[in-house]
Design a protein around this ligand. Sequence first.
Ligand SMILES: CC(C)(COP(=O)(O)OP(=O)(O)OC[C@H]1O[C@@H](n2cnc3c(N)ncnc32)[C@H](O)[C@@H]1OP(=O)(O)O)[C@@H](O)C(=O)NCCC(=O)NCCS
Length: 160
Amino acid sequence: MWTIFQSHVAEGETYVHDGTTSRDEALDYWFAPGVATWVAVKGGERILGMYRLQPNQLGRGAHVANASYMVSPNAQGVGIGHLLGEHSIGEARRQGFLAMQFNFVVSTNSRALHLWKRLGFSIVGTLPKAYRHRRLGYVDAYVMYKLLEDPARWALPEED
Ligand SMILES: CC(C)(COP(=O)(O)OP(=O)(O)OC[C@H]1O[C@@H](n2cnc3c(N)ncnc32)[C@H](O)[C@@H]1OP(=O)(O)O)[C@@H](O)C(=O)NCCC(=O)NCCS
């Protein structure tokens, strides 16, 4: 997981973490309390990709899930991201989340954008020049959102 994380972070095109992120900090990110982390594994041992799922906000915003994904550079473009995306949506539903939000999709990350749109996410906001891309300089980032259930059927928790 560290190797995969390091390679994407070193590229400086998709994640806000930079090259100063230590292994411990990276593992804290993937295994923070309240975070559910899943990996796609080949042959029982080789990790091809991973995602982390957590509530996007506390309390009154906690019905919306947030997730982050990374696929090994050697395994990109062959459907692992799609598998992880589908799994995370199923897992979010299973955990009772009603919607899902990506807070920071770099606008130049065309592969991720294509994938998230294909999985039903829409761009709901643009953060102008919010990302400092290693090659392209300041570029926009998107907030993307997907309802997991029809809001007409959402029930309020009894304790409200
Ligand atoms: C984004 C990421 C998770 C996608 O996973 P992946 O395994 O590479 O993606 P998949 O192979 O499942 O699917 C990629 C889709 O994008 C398409 N695609 C590939 N390269 C593309 C490009 N340059 N532009 C547009 N679409 C592209 C593929 O055709 C495929 O679509 P299809 O299923 O309709 O044919 C992965 O590439 C990754 O880890 N990237 C670096 C980290 C990152 O960006 N994480 C997400 C942050 S929001």
